[in-house]
Write a protein that binds this ligand. Structure first.
Ligand code: 6GU
Length: 240
């Protein structure tokens, strides 16, 4: 997969992209991540990329020209035009289902917004999709782009090490993950649940599933309702 990131702050991406799974995936050629500075596509002497909103109101808006030119420039660098995503709090929510869909594409072009937002013609004219990472406001789309990149790249074949698996991640099937324990067996008076060291793998699997249901019900009632709708059998099992 190739991921282009268009941003006014390419330096923000250095550290997250050069550690752990993202670093390894790039070294192994699983993903190529290319950063471009939108300001290099400004056309005036001040390298201006934002301007006042038509109709008035606070803040500044990202101008269409530099973003279009930057997208079109990176599109000349690979055969596929790529799926263009604008990172903005107005976008559709990024969910694990969405991440899985994106991980199946060959090329993503991520545009990180700053200021009050993008001129609307950036979205419509580029056929772009607006994506948000949650219901809170960040100072810009860069951190959101990094979140999206991390979530997508770890799903690419070969990106996770042998010991890791995306299959039983929280959210991969609509429930949160079960609680984990490692040594020591007793820590400051808190013991590992006996069932986990009992060796009965059937009982362990059942306990873990109960824990998943219970913590999802308590902490994410929204996910729990959805899960019960999709898996009506589970409810019966739980009550018995
Ligand atoms: Cl994608 N951008 C900004 N600026 N804030 C956000 C966001 C994106 N997602 C959640 N909050």
């Amino acid at each position: 997969m190739r991921i282009d990131v268009l941003t006014l702050f390419p330096e923000m991406f250095g550290s997250p992209l050069s550690h752990s799974i993202l670093k390894r995936a790039q070294e192994q050629g699983i993903v190529e991540i290319v950063l471009s500075n939108i300001r290099n596509f400004a056309t005036d002497n001040y390298r201006k990329v934002d301007d006042k909103p038509y109709g008035g109101g606070p803040g500044m808006v990202m101008m269409p020209g530099p973003v279009f030119d930057c997208v079109e420039h990176v599109q000349t660098q690979a055969s596929e035009p790529g799926h263009v995503i604008l990172l903005t709090p107005q976008g559709i929510p990024l969910t694990q289902d969405k991440v899985v869909q994106l991980s199946r594409l060959g090329r993503l072009i991520l545009v990180a917004g700053r200021y009050e937002g993008f001129d609307e013609r950036i979205r419509t004219g580029l056929g772009a999709e607006a994506v948000s990472i949650g219901d809170y406001v960040l100072s810009g789309g860069e951190l959101a782009a990094m979140v999206l990149i991390d979530a997508v790249v770890r799903l690419l074949p070969g990106a996770l090490g042998d010991g890791d698996s995306a299959a039983d991640d929280s959210h991969s099937d609509g429930l949160l993950e079960y609680p984990h324990y490692t040594r020591p067996e007793e820590f400051r008076g808190m013991r590992v649940p006996a069932i986990l060291s009992g060796g009965d793998h059937g009982k362990i699997a059942q306990w873990r599933q109960e824990q998943r249901l219970e913590r999802t019900r308590l902490w994410r009632p929204d996910l729990y309702e959805k899960y019960l709708k999709n898996n009506p059998v589970q409810e019966k099992k739980k009550k018995s």
